[in-house]
Write a protein that binds this ligand. Structure first.
Ligand code: UTP
Length: 415
């Protein structure tokens, strides 16, 4: 142990992170072990380069060639609608589809005490987001005579609470490790404005989930894609936990992907107005991509065609379908990290707890759509917002439990 610690100290010195062991002696044996493990697993070169990027943040679209993307409109498929639907239905009936729900986020804007999926949006039934999602998945499965396997991505922080919640609700009729599976996403340490890795109140390194872009790597590393293959699955729908109208089973989307021979498909809804804070699908250097709202220049966000429609108007709603090969390919390449400046309580180098008034720490997140550049092509299907998109993001106002509840009630005709 002594020798191991000396080696670790040398490594920490090299990266000016010696403070990580300041309180080592006062930790329990179990925590000491965990801290050393954490240090062992940190890619310090990556952390250093991430810190360097915080000192030079650009939000411009550099030299990328951005072009509008072609899309199918579900409302205007005419005779092809039936064709795509039949192709997709056949694939679903033959158990080729699995669903993944990304539930590893912190849900900071909502501010619910617990995993976001456990949140009750205030319907008369008091069903949680997880239950609303499971209702849809079970109902669709029944329609096609199958049980759609469900994979839930959690984070280290919310995994136990999530699994306990499901256990308490008897997995909503699913069977753990048979047709419902839980897996944890990756994490990265948070750093302060000097590039120092933060120690949390538990004496351990303060790590945070690495963004929804961590999904591909997490699916592969945790053996989930292997499991899917064993189940005979070929297509995987990946969606968020916080859209209570998400349609995880869509034969038309699947049918288009299969018929067009692409490895991925995504759903879009028409952007409500040029200022709406959503990313939009586009082609970037000839590949499918999403331009974030923070990144899109004003002229581009406002540009319209001859009919007055937004040229970049296909909002990405985190509803995408991939074949397993594409997931494995995307999971094998590192994604760029985006920087978020957050408020984080920590223990300083003298062992004092610091509760900041405002943001003080950088958190690094990969975005799922940054991997789309790995795909040759992607079929985009425009669907109706009021049928498929009711996100719960904020505690009040837009995209809040109140707006989601109303959309849900309207869609299901609940008084
Ligand atoms: P958001 O980007 O809206 O983040 O996630 P969030 O964590 O729910 O909320 P804020 O930003 O902290 O308020 C969109 C979807 O991606 C998942 C979320 O759980 C949600 O389903 N997600 C996000 C992850 O699974 N892991 C992450 O690291 C981030």
């Amino acid at each position: 142990m002594e020798e191991e610690i000396e080696d670790i100290k040398k490594k920490l010195k090299k990266y000016s992170q010696e403070h990580l062991l300041n309180n080592f002696e006062n930790l329990s044996e179990e925590k000491q072990k965990r801290l050393l493990e954490q240090i062992e697993n940190i890619d310090f070169d990556l952390i250093k380069s991430l810190y360097d990027t915080t000192q030079n943040i650009t939000t411009e679209i550099q030299d990328d060639q951005i072009k509008p993307i072609e899309f199918f409109d579900k409302e205007k498929l005419y005779d092809d609608y039936k064709k795509y639907k039949e192709i997709g239905e056949k694939a679903i009936r033959t158990k080729k589809l699995a669903a993944v729900t990304m539930a590893g986020g912190q849900g900071t804007r909502l501010g619910h005490d617990g995993p976001k999926g456990t949140y009750d949006i205030g319907l008369e039934s008091h069903k949680s987001l997880f239950e609303l999602l499971s209702d849809g998945l079970k109902e669709q499965g029944k329609k096609y005579g199958v049980i759609i396997p469900w994979f839930i991505m959690t984070s280290r922080e919310n995994n136990d609470a999530t699994v306990d919640f499901f256990a308490k609700h008897r997995y909503f009729g699913y069977e753990k490790d048979k047709n419902i599976f839980f897996f944890k996403q990756g994490e990265l340490p948070m750093i302060d404005t000097e590039g120092k890795i933060l120690i949390g109140e538990d004496g351990l390194i303060k790590e945070a989930a690495n963004g929804h872009g961590g999904i591909y790597e997490a699916l592969v590393k945790n053996g989930m894609t292997k499991k899917m293959r064993e189940l005979g699955v070929e297509w995987v729908f990946i969606g968020g936990v916080d859209n209570c109208l998400v349609k995880m089973v869509d034969p038309v989307l699947m049918g288009i992907a299969i018929d067009k021979n692409v490895t991925a498909a995504g759903k879009s809804v028409v952007k409500a107005n040029p200022q709406e804070k959503v990313g939009v699908f586009c082609k970037r250097n000839g590949r499918p991509s999403v331009v974030e709202y923070t990144e899109i220049p004003k002229e581009m966000s406002e540009a319209t065609d001859e009919n007055g429609n937004l040229i970049y108007g296909e909002s990405h709603i985190l509803c995408n379908l991939f074949n397993i090969d594409a997931i494995e390919r995307m999971g094998s390449k590192p994604l760029p990290y985006h920087i978020a400046f957050k408020k984080a309580t920590y223990i300083d180098k003298d062992g004092n707890k610091v509760v900041p008034d405002g943001p003080n720490a950088y958190k690094f997140e990969a975005f799922l759509f940054d991997a789309f550049g790995e795909l040759d092509d992607m079929a985009i299907l425009r669907v109706k917002r009021e049928e498929e998109f009711a996100p719960v993001k904020n505690a009040t106002g837009t995209d809040s439990p109140e707006t989601a509840r109303e959309l849900y009630r309207k869609f299901y005709n609940i008084k």
